[in-house]
Design a protein around this ligand. Structure first.
Ligand code: CP
Ligand code: NVA
Length: 308
């Protein structure tokens, strides 16, 4: 059964099927209590183990709720409480958990740990964020935009402002797979990893590097940013200075399309990457985006377990 490690390797057909299933299941359970299972409870009796080597609010809770809604359950583990945190190998951890549970999600630092876990596990593994990528987040972002606009994202224009980080890398992969234009507005020292841009360009993706933030947001349908200091980053002061010109302000939002949406994966730092007026304003879709983590991950789990 397939793991969900990144959007690129999952591929356009599966990513579209996952998004469509997420939309449909979300619509079908409208108005139900949040923990109530869907009618078909397709993962009844199934268990997900989620391992966290870094902090999390949304990913941790949304995976648990996703499993409940699918009729299954989740065990959430902090690596510090596991033997993994005392040096047990990722491979042995994967083999043991595969005897207990039906799927494993992990949030970790080095992407190689995720891929090693997936190789050693005999159950599907889901990427809950690494230093390199955050694919579940971008599925939720795409769901949010499609829901608000009432149509697929193909043909829209998104602008990423600030740090070319893990979330940005997954957005680049999504642009290539789903056919939207992505303008990257980052200072050169915080450009996304060139291998993501090269891979997207090899697929004829519409990726544009537009250094000037005002120019980058001109007419955009979606403006998206993230923290300037990701978990594990150590150069906070340097980052605050270099990234200051990329703050999302009301003035920048005025240059975007009149109905442009503002997205942020959260947690946010008001007054740093975005002003309070924008993130708490009418164009912000941040809480739909957070809710959609549940719906996106339900579809990911169903895909991994052969139900899509
Ligand atoms: N956006 C996101 O992944 O949030 P958490 O770090 O709270 O999981
Ligand atoms: N780029 C951020 C995302 C947090 C959800 C980080 O890696 O810390």
């Amino acid at each position: 059964m397939p793991s969900f490690l990144d959007l690129g390797e999952t591929g356009a057909v599966a990513v579209r099927a996952i998004l469509d299933a997420a939309h449909a299941r979300k619509a079908a359970r409208a108005g139900r209590p949040k923990g109530a299972p869907d009618d078909d409870a397709p993962l009844a009796g199934h268990v997900l183990a989620s391992i966290f080597e870094k902090s999390s609010t949304r990913t941790r809770v949304s995976f648990d709720i996703a499993m409940r809604q699918l009729g299954g359950s989740a065990i959430t583990l902090s690596s510090g409480d596991m033997q993994l945190g005392r040096g047990e190998t990722v491979e042995d951890t994967a083999a043991v958990l595969s005897r207990y549970v039906d799927a494993i999600a992990i949030r970790t630092d080095h992407h190689a740990k995720l891929t090693a876990l997936a190789r050693a596990a005999s159950v599907p593994v889901v990427n809950g964020l690494t230093d390199d990528t955050h694919p579940c987040q971008i599925l939720a972002d795409v769901l949010t935009v499609e829901e608000r606009r009432g149509k697929p994202v193909a043909g829209t224009t998104w602008t990423w402002l600030g740090d070319g980080n893990n979330v940005c890398h997954s957005l680049i992969e999504a642009a290539a797979l789903l056919g939207f234009t992505l303008r990257l507005s980052t200072p050169p020292a915080y450009d996304p990893d060139a291998r993501f841009v090269r891979a997207a360009e090899a697929m004829d993706a519409k990726i544009e590097v537009v250094r000037h933030p005002q120019e980058a947001v001109e007419g955009a349908d979606v403006v998206v940013t993230d923290t300037w200091v990701s978990m594990g980053d150590r150069d906070r002061n340097k980052r605050l200075v270099a990234l200051a010109p990329f703050q999302v302000t009301e003035e920048l939002m005025r240059a975007a399309a009149p109905d442009a949406l503002f997205l942020h994966c959260l947690p946010a730092h008001r007054g740093e990457e975005v002003t309070a007026e924008v993130i708490d304003g009418p164009q912000s879709a941040i809480f739909d985006e957070a809710e959609n983590r549940v719906h996106a991950q339900k579809a990911v789990l169903l895909w991994c377990l052969g139900r899509i």
